[in-house]
Write a protein that binds this ligand. Structure first.
Ligand SMILES: Cc1cc2nc3c(=O)[nH]c(=O)nc-3n(C[C@H](O)[C@H](O)[C@H](O)COP(=O)(O)OP(=O)(O)OC[C@H]3O[C@@H](n4cnc5c(N)ncnc54)[C@H](O)[C@@H]3O)c2cc1C
Length: 379
C-alpha cells in the first residue's frame, strides 16, 4: 500500500521538478521548496538525449517539448582549426529508431518553464531557502531562511552543486573546481549572415590547446536562436558557485587558433557569461535515514557529455520507482535506488571528465538506450 507520506523536495531545478511530477502522478503528496524568489530564465541551452526524453515522456512533457525544441538532424564533430569533420552522427532518424525517443536541443529556460508548469498549482514554494534540517524518529523538521518551518516524512535533496541536504548527510565539503570554465551565449540567428552552422557541432582542439572546445547548437525548431557553450582551462576560480560576465578579450584569446567560423560566432555575440565547472568524488552514501540525494547534489559532473541534467532526471525516475516498489520501507527504497544508480552515474561522471564523447566514431548506445522507467531495479 502507498504510504501517506508528505514528501519534501528541496530545489525546483531539473531533477527536483521531474521527481515532483512523477511522484504526483503516482498519488504521493509532494511539496517543492525553492530558494529563488521566482523562476529565472537562464541564458543557456541544454541537450536532452533519448534516455532523458523517455523519462520526460513519463512525466507528461514530451509533447510540449516537441512543440518548441529542435530534433537536430546531425551531430558533427569538427577539428578546431580546419573544420574537418571527425564524426557525423545521425541524431534524428537513426537515433530515434534505435533508442525509442528523440534527441533534443532546447533553451534551458523553455525547458524549465515547461517543467515548472507540469506540477500541480501550489506544489512549488518559491523564496524558501532551506537553512537547517533535523531528523526526528518519525519525520524531518525543515527550517527556512524566511523563518518558516515545515515537517516532512521524506526529504529529497535536489538542491544542486552546493547542496544543503548533502551537507546535512555528510558534513561540509565543497565540490572540486575542475580548472575549467564554460562560456555560454545565445545569439539571434538573424545575426549569422552567411554562416550556416550545423544543427549541433562540437569543435575539438588538440593537446596543445588543453581540451579547449566549443559546442554550437540551435535552441528551437525554427532555428531562431543559436547558442555556444565552451570548455576553457582557467586554473583559479574566485567567485564561488556564481557565474560572471565573460571578458571578450580573454574569450577571443582562448579561441584565437580556431576556425574563422568560431571567430565570427564570438564577434557577433554579446553578453556571454562564464561559469565554473565543478566535479566531486563519488559520495560514500546517497541517503541517511529519511534524507536522500539526487542529481548534482549527489554526483556533479563536467558538462562534456551533456548528461548532468540527464542523470538528475534518471535519478528522479529510479527513486520514485524504488519508493513505489518498497511501500512503507523508505530505507529499502533508498538502498535500492542507490544500488540501481551508482555504477551508471560514476561511469558518466568519468566519461564527462575524459571529454571524448562523440568526438570520433563511436556507439552511444550505453547512454542513450537506458530507459529509467523500465530498467530492472537493483545493481
Ligand atoms: C556550462 C554547463 C552546461 C551544461 N549543459 C548540459 C547539457 O547540455 N545537458 C545536461 O544534461 N546537463 C548540462 N549541464 C549540467 C546540468 O545543468 C546540471 O547537471 C543539472 O542542472 C543538475 O540538475 P539538479 O536538479 O541536480 O540541480 P539544479 O538544476 O542546479 O537545481 C538545484 C535547485 O536547487 C535550488 N537550491 C539550492 N540550494 C537550495 C536551498 N538551500 N534551499 C532551497 N533550494 C535550493 C537551486 O536554486 C536550484 O533551483 C550543464 C552544466 C553547465 C555548468
Amino acid at each position: 500500500m502507498r504510504p501517506d507520506w508528505e514528501i519534501a523536495v528541496i530545489g525546483a531545478g531539473l531533477g527536483g521538478l521531474v521527481a515532483a511530477a512523477l511522484l504526483e502522478r503516482r498519488g504521493y503528496r509532494v511539496r517543492v521548496y525553492e530558494q529563488a524568489p521566482a523562476f529565472e530564465r537562464l541564458g543557456a541551452g541544454i541537450n536532452l538525449s533519448p534516455n532523458t526524453m523517455k523519462v520526460l515522456r513519463a512525466a507528461g512533457v514530451e509533447e510540449q517539448l516537441l512543440q518548441i525544441g529542435l530534433r537536430p538532424e546531425y551531430w558533427i564533430s569538427r577539428k578546431f582549426d580546419t573544420g574537418e569533420t571527425m564524426f557525423r552522427y545521425d541524431m534524428r532518424d537513426a537515433c530515434e529508431a534505435a533508442f525509442g525517443a528523440c534527441y533534443m536541443v532546447i533553451h534551458r529556460g523553455d525547458f524549465h518553464e515547461i517543467l515548472t508548469g507540469n506540477v500541480a498549482p501550489g506544489t512549488i514554494e518559491f523564496g524558501r531557502r532551506l537553512i537547517g534540517l533535523e531528523q526526528r524518529g518519525a519525520g524531518v523538521s525543515l527550517e527556512f531562511e524566511d523563518g518558516g518551518r515545515a515537517e516532512a516524512d521524506i526529504v529529497i535533496g535536489a538542491d544542486g552543486i552546493d547542496s544543503m541536504v548533502r551537507e546535512a548527510l555528510l558534513g561540509p565539503e565543497l565540490p572540486v573546481y575542475s580548472g575549467y570554465v564554460g562560456h555560454r551565449c545565445i545569439i539571434p540567428a538573424e545575426k549569422l549572415g552567411d554562416l550556416a552552422p550545423a544543427d549541433v557541432s562540437k569543435w575539438w582542439s588538440d593537446d596543445a590547446h588543453r581540451d579547449t572546445h566549443m559546442v554550437v547548437y540551435y535552441l528551437d525548431r525554427n532555428h531562431d536562436e543559436i547558442y555556444f557553450v565552451t570548455g576553457v582551462p582557467e586554473p583559479e576560480w574566485d567567485y564561488g558557485f556564481s557565474h560572471v560576465d565573460a571578458d571578450y578579450d580573454e574569450l577571443r584569446a582562448a579561441f584565437a587558433d580556431f576556425h574563422p567560423e568560431i571567430h565570427t560566432l564570438i564577434d557577433i555575440s554579446s553578453g556571454a557569461t562564464k561559469w565554473p565547472l565543478f566535479d566531486r568524488e563519488p559520495l560514500p552514501v546517497w541517503s541517511d535515514g529519511r534524507l536522500v540525494l539526487i542529481g548534482d547534489a549527489c554526483h556533479p559532473m563536467k558538462p562534456h557529455m551533456g548528461q548532468g541534467a540527464a542523470m538528475a532526471i534518471e535519478d528522479a525516475a529510479i527513486l520514485v520507482r524504488s519508493l513505489e516498489h518498497c511501500g512503507e520501507d523508505h530505507a529499502a527504497a533508498f538502498a535500492l535506488y542507490e544500488e540501481s544508480r551508482k555504477g551508471r552515474c560514476e561511469a558518466v561522471q568519468q566519461g564527462s571528465r575524459d571529454n571524448r564523447w562523440l568526438r570520433n566514431p563511436m556507439d552511444p548506445g550505453w547512454v542513450f538506450s537506458y530507459d529509467a522507467m523500465t530498467v530492472p531495479l537493483g545493481g
